[in-house]
Design a protein around this ligand. Structure first.
Ligand code: ASP
Ligand code: MG
Length: 441
């Protein structure tokens, strides 16, 4: 069994839905995970914001706009009057449900119930389209198998048990469709896996079923070796190790949600990134293999703040680092990079919501300097310290760029640099030229 996930743009219009339908009806049995049509989850967020701000009229206006769009999609998507009618009735029910909320008693559960409707609509529309074209398809509700535990973590054993039972008693179908992103919490309320969480759904299903493969379909030919928005001549990376993919996803490669990697990695199910617009392109395969000595890709993450704490008291003082990290823990801010010397520590954070309070506390421990608008550039590949030489290639590429911090040695897969955001474009281009495009010169 394969698990295929299609994101919002892949199902973003009736035409795209038809294209996906033709892709998923080829080959053997599969489970297909769909996101909401692109833009829909954002509209649902807008609706919840208006309910929260006690402006139900504005919420209802957005709902009506969404309804008009969907009714038009239905007219374009289906060819029979009967399927148009049936789908419109189903969507009408959802829009009535959205209108049924009010600003009094509008809390977290109401918000999450609204956010789930995008995936419920897209999966129903796809299923009805497939039925109209004669496909033997079953729509499985994610609420019937995807549940979070008390710590808000997906309960993998429950997911596996439920899914296997559903598939067993419905083995006559060739194709199963389900919603990405949505789930239930441990008390049975509607919840979700955070924005962009449909990748995670696919990975959880693939892991639970020990699937043959998880395919994430987007609109680019796999993970590129550098950010195509900033750098010319990027090319897709054919293979990545799970750890390399996790680093790249975390440090800004937009193609895959960072949480998606873990379930697949632990159950050793390969993840393939494919392109809906170019379905025969090989894409990127992510698995547990490691190609020795290869530098694979570069990614960058903006909006980083560096905080330096210098104290002569640090000299030979055990426990100083603990005191520093406790401050970040207390303010629920996670630290990405760390550099230490005998008299000082610099750390980087990507969330500066609590920066003022953190700085105040750190001042009790030493002299604090803050550099904002920084950027982490991360180079990923097989970088075990036992192969000599790649650091000098990477450092040479960055010789014109002022480096605020360097981190190497924490994993065998990455070397990271902290630079100014303003230098990002130049740094990414220089790394691409040196690491990947030398042959072309
Ligand atoms: N529809 C959700 C979002 O836009 C989940 C997803 O697309 O993965 O965040
Ligand atoms: Mg999305």
């Amino acid at each position: 069994m394969k698990v295929l996930k299609f994101g919002g743009t892949s199902v973003g219009s009736p035409q795209r839905i038809k294209e996906v339908a033709s892709l998923i009806t080829e080959g053997g049995k599969k489970i297909v995970v769909l996101s909401a049509m692109s833009g829909t989850t954002n509209s649902l967020v807008e609706i919840t914001d208006y309910f929260k701000k006690k402006n139900p009229e504005a919420a209802n206006n957005v709902i009506n706009g969404l309804r008009r769009k969907y009714m038009q999609h239905v007219d374009e998507l289906y060819s029979t009057e009967q399927m148009k009618k049936q789908t419109k009735e189903l969507l009408e029910e959802i829009f009535m449900y959205l209108h049924s909320f009010s600003s009094s008693d509008f809390g977290e559960h109401e918000e999450k119930a609204i956010l789930a409707q995008g995936e419920i609509m897209s999966t129903n529309m796809m299923t009805n389209y497939l039925r109209e074209t004669g496909v033997n398809v079953l729509l499985i509700s994610a609420f019937d198998f995807l549940k979070l535990d008390e710590n808000k973590e997906p309960e993998l054993s429950y997911i596996a048990k439920q899914l296997k039972a559903i598939l067993k008693s419905n083995s006559q179908y060739d194709l199963y469709i389900t919603q990405g992103f949505v789930c239930l919490d441990h008390e049975g309320h509607i919840d979700n896996l955070q924005r962009g969480g449909s990748d995670y759904t696919a990975s959880l299903i693939g892991a639970a079923l020990r699937a043959e493969e998880i395919q994430i379909w987007t609109d680019i030919d796999g993970m590129h070796n550098n950010d195509p928005r900033f750098v010319e001549n990027t090319t897709p990376v054919r293979q990545l190790n799970f750890e390399e993919a996790a680093e790249l996803a975390y440090f800004g490669a937009k193609i895959l949600h960072p949480t998606c990697v873990q379930p697949a990695r632990f159950t050793d199910v390969p993840v393939r990134l494919l392109n809906t617009m170019n379905p025969t392109a090989p894409g990127t395969i992510i698995n547990n293999e490691m190609l020795p000595g290869n530098i694979k890709a570069v990614a960058a993450k903006d909006g980083i703040t560096a905080i330096k704490i210098v104290s002569s008291r640090m000299l030979l003082a055990p426990g100083f680092l603990r005191k520093i990290f406790e401050v970040f823990e207390r303010y629920r801010t996670s630290v990405d990079m760390v550099a230490t010397s005998e008299i000082g520590v610099t750390v980087s954070i990507d969330n500066k919501d609590r920066l003022a309070a953190i700085t105040e506390e750190l001042k009790k421990l030493g002299t604090v300097t803050v550099d904002e608008n920084m950027c982490i550039v991360c180079v990923v590949g097989d970088m075990a310290w036992t192969h000599a030489g790649f650091e000098s290639i990477v450092a040479d590429a960055l010789k014109e760029v002022p480096l605020r911090m360097i981190s190497y040695g924490a994993s065998d897969h990455n070397i990271s640099f902290l630079i100014r955001e303003n230098d990002k474009q130049a740094a990414l281009q220089a790394l691409s030229d040196k690491l990947f495009n030398t042959a072309k010169k």
